[in-house]
Design a protein around this ligand. Structure first.
Ligand code: ATP
Ligand code: MN
Length: 157
């Protein structure tokens, strides 16, 4: 019933709080975790546009190299979390992709046939007025997989 969990993270405090619940579910019989980080392609394009206003236009070709470096850095951060989950006893799978977070989360949940998604109520952008962030809201609307939404532990939100 709870065999495979999808844990999408943007490395925020809220996502960190959600990881504690992933670990707890090992005791309840969960055995596999898919860790997913989505490098938001809208942010990449925005950053690149801003930077290219200030730098030589000849730099445009370097975009792919920069994106690759950023994806590699995210992969390393995800590997640290993977180690924690392996120590807890889980089998793990890591995915880092470039895309729109809610779309990739919804797609991965279906492709990997997970039984539960565990994610933060908020994320790195921290719009505190909202009950939940837009990524979690969109995933809730679009997936048929049940979701455990975890609030950050300091109750800031
Ligand atoms: P918003 O992005 O709407 O301004 P926010 O950043 O506070 O607000 P969300 O983006 O909805 O909130 O983040 C909620 C949860 O969604 C996070 O705790 C994390 O579990 C997941 N999440 C958000 N962004 C990503 C991402 N890029 N990759 C993987 N998971 C993500
Ligand atoms: Mn966000």
């Amino acid at each position: 019933m709870l065999n495979k969990i999808l844990y999408p993270t943007d490395f925020s405090d809220s996502a960190r709080a959600a990881l504690a619940y992933v670990k707890k579910l090992h005791e309840a019989g969960a055995t596999q975790v898919v860790l997913l980080h989505v490098y938001d392609s809208r942010m990449i394009d925005l950053r690149w546009e801003i930077e290219s206003e200030y730098t030589d236009k000849g730099m445009i070709g370097a975009k792919d190299a920069v994106v690759k470096r950023l994806l590699d850095a995210s992969y390393k951060r995800l590997q640290e979390l993977e180690t924690e989950l392996r120590d807890t006893g889980f089998e793990t799978e890591l995915i880092v992709v470039e895309g729109i977070p809610y779309q990739e989360i919804t797609k991965t949940a279906a492709d990997k046939d997970v039984s539960l998604i565990i994610m933060g109520s908020h994320g790195e952008h921290g719009v505190v007025e909202r009950i939940i962030g837009s990524t979690t809201e969109r995933v809730l609307r679009e997936t048929s997989v049940p979701i455990l939404v975890v609030r950050p532990t300091n109750n800031e939100h």
